[in-house]
Design a protein around this ligand. Structure first.
Ligand code: THJ
Length: 131
């Protein structure tokens, strides 16, 4: 059986979800009803730094953290906010947001170009070893 290309999955997912530009995310980052959700691995956060105020939800646990019926549910995902997920470059976030959307989660989007787009657009970053 042929393996479907990961980037094809990203392309298909991206076509079905909302993407917010880094500039818009920077503008809205302090809004009470707007939350950036960092789905990168802990090692990436240590190495590259993090967006101040972003909530860290490792991609591996996402489906379980947003599902109120799951023992791993995180009530923050039940709050009335716009949840904007990001990874390093909007690959994993596209697939993740599509999955959460399919699960019925509303008011979600991904951050276009991910953490690298945020950095390029001049968004604040804290920590990291590549500073
Ligand atoms: O998934 S990724 O875009 O961060 S490589």
């Amino acid at each position: 059986m042929a393996i479907k290309a990961a980037f094809e999955m990203v392309k298909e997912a991206t076509a079905e979800i909302e993407t917010i530009s880094p500039a818009e995310a920077i503008r809205r980052k302090d809004d009470e009803d707007f939350l950036l959700v960092d789905i990168r691995d802990p090692r990436e956060l240590e190495r590259e730094g993090r967006i101040p105020g972003a909530y860290h939800a490792p991609r591996g646990m996402l489906e379980f953290w947003i599902d109120p019926a799951s023992p791993y549910y995180k009530p923050i995902f039940g709050e009335k906010k716009k949840f904007v997920f990001f990874c390093a470059a909007a690959g994993r976030s596209a697939i993740s947001v599509k999955t959460l959307q399919d699960m019925g989660m509303e008011n979600i989007a991904q951050l276009g170009e991910g953490f690298s787009g945020w950095r390029k657009a001049g968004g604040p970053v804290e920590g990291g070893r590549n500073g």
